[in-house]
Design a protein around this ligand. Structure first.
Ligand SMILES: [Mg+2]
Length: 123
């Protein structure tokens, strides 16, 4: 299991943001949290991340638009995993079309999240 990853967490729910960042920190990862897509796009221009966890529904800029913007930037491109309550086929396809690598269904199950992180990062 990869450890010590720099993770950008974009999630507008303070409860989910806190829960996931505490969980990731316990696993040895460092987490920067933002509450909307616009701040996520800004964050990747100041710091390099190994992984981005991207909520889909956020104010200011949603996860789809933020992902498309990040993918247009000339930066090292980390894997982006969607955090979504809707994991129907259309949403999953929309995530891939926007440039995300996969998705995690909310409520996030720890085991599933760690497995996905291991799959998409080679730390
Ligand atoms: Mg949300």
């Amino acid at each position: 299991m990869p450890e010590g990853l720099k993770v950008l967490l974009a999630e507008d729910s303070p409860v989910i943001q806190r829960m996931l960042s505490v969980t990731l920190a316990k696993e040895g990862h460092s987490v920067e949290s933002v509450g909307n897509g616009r701040d996520a796009v800004a964050a990747v221009q100041f710091n390099t991340f190994d992984l981005i966890l991207m909520d889909l529904r956020m104010p200011e800029m949603d996860g789809f638009e933020a992902t498309r913007e990040i993918r247009r930037l000339s930066i090292p491109q980390p894997p982006i995993l969607a955090l979504t309550g809707d994991d129907d086929a259309a949403t999953q396809q929309a995530c891939l079309d926007a440039g995300m690598n996969g998705h995690l269904t909310k409520p996030v199950v720890l085991h599933d999240m760690l497995k996905m992180i291991a799959t998409f990062t080679q730390a």
